[in-house]
Design a binder for this molecule. Structure first.
Ligand SMILES: [Zn+2]
Length: 384
């Protein structure tokens, strides 16, 4: 087999998926026109789609260094279009505008690539609109959809795409990436990878950002401190504050990173004057960032809920004595104490209650109301 091009190097622990894409890139006939990348959040499905796109538009098959590869990486290649919504659902207007773009000829490369992140966020009517384009795209247009699983899409869509399935990378593989690429000490790398439950982006953030790590710990400690109703309400209040500030902080980090990447790519230093085209690109980025800000609070709260589910999963692990490693090894003694205080069915019930809040957050109920009810349900009642 040919050596994997550089653009695939950062895709963690997905050898089967990468091999299949390489086979496609190396074959004689033209590249298949519609793809579906499935995998849980953080497994790197959109990163893999982006790497595949770079391999298709780079004249050297994905060198990772040339202008084309860099433009794909920062999301500015004219022939690689990405639809990523900040909303709960992708609107029919967004999709129809995106389809219009798919009809245009490639500007620089041989292919025009249309990536739909979160393709599971389309309603049936919207999916049907996309169907025709997936079936017979203009020559050179390649669709890449990303979704958690195949089941999240309509069967009619599923039957028209070639599927690439990503696996959840192991905690060890994610930790190794943090050590190799970000020079994180081994112990912290393993702890962060476990806490992020192998979500690559989250693991990197926990490993490299002490404030984010501390917020996460504060949230778990708040829940561990719940005994009665007053302490439950106090905990709920801290959870909402921590979630919101973490959401805002993450957005600010991303905003700055994207801005710096764009400025570097445009060759702009602090002293240089902005050309009209640079100015318009910066404005476009700022608008996209503003749209994202509206979702960041929700995302911060959702991350806390995921962490809390991990906490109760740890409690169950201790109660069952399965010997599986804990997600929150740094809180092992607190978790052991909670595992003694509540029954297995209470731990399972807690996980269900947290999941319920995650589902309801999308439905315009005030967050504090949901979190208050959750915190009260998580009181350490006497074992039943
Ligand atoms: Zn290249």
């Amino acid at each position: 087999m040919t050596l994997a091009p550089n653009v695939f190097r950062d895709v963690v622990s997905q050898p089967e998926a990468v091999t299949e894409l390489l086979r496609e890139l190396n074959k004689e006939t033209s590249v298949h026109h519609a793809w579906l990348f499935t995998g849980p959040p953080g497994s790197g499905r959109s990163e893999l789609a982006t790497a595949f796109a770079a391999a298709l538009v780079c004249s050297e098959g994905g060198c990772g260094k040339c202008n084309a590869c860099q433009m794909v990486r920062v999301g500015n290649h004219p022939d690689v279009q990405v639809l990523n919504t900040e909303r709960i659902q992708i609107s029919i207007d967004e999709v129809s505008e995106f389809i219009d773009k798919s009809m245009q000829m490639p500007a620089l490369a041989k292919y025009r690539i249309m990536i739909v992140e979160d393709a599971d966020r389309m309603q049936e009517r919207t999916s049907n609109l996309l169907l025709k384009s997936l079936e017979e795209p203009p020559k050179g247009t390649i669709w890449m959809l990303c979704a958690p699983s195949e089941a999240d899409l309509l069967p009619t869509i599923r039957s028209r795409v070639r599927r690439i399935q990503l696996k959840v990378p192991s905690v060890e593989a994610v930790a190794q990436l943090l050590v190799d690429k970000y020079e994180v000490p081994q112990g912290l790398a393993l702890q962060s990878a476990a806490q992020a439950q192998s979500h690559v982006g989250m693991a990197r953030r926990l490993a490299t950002n002490a404030t984010a790590r501390d917020r996460r710990r504060q949230a778990l400690l708040a829940v561990l401190s719940i005994l009665d109703i007053p302490s439950a309400l106090a905990a709920s209040d801290s959870l909402v504050k921590l979630g919101e500030s973490d959401g805002a902080a993450l957005t600010a980090e991303l905003d700055e990173q994207e801005r710096n990447e764009l400025l570097t790519r445009l060759g702009i230093t602090a002293e240089s004057k902005l050309s009209p085209s640079s100015r318009s690109q910066i404005k476009k980025l700022e608008e996209a960032q503003k749209r994202r800000a509206t979702r960041s609070k929700r995302d911060g709260l959702d991350r806390i809920l995921v962490d809390l589910m991990g906490l109760y999963r740890d409690v169950l692990t201790v109660q069952l004595g399965s010997g599986e490693s804990l997600i929150n090894i740094d809180l092992a003694s607190e978790i052991a104490a909670l595992a003694k205080d509540i029954s297995q069915s209470q731990a399972i019930h807690a996980i269900e209650e947290i999941q319920k809040v995650r589902d309801r957050m999308d439905r315009n109920v005030r967050d504090i109301v949901l979190f208050d009810a959750l915190a009260v349900a998580l009181r350490r009642k006497a074992k039943r």
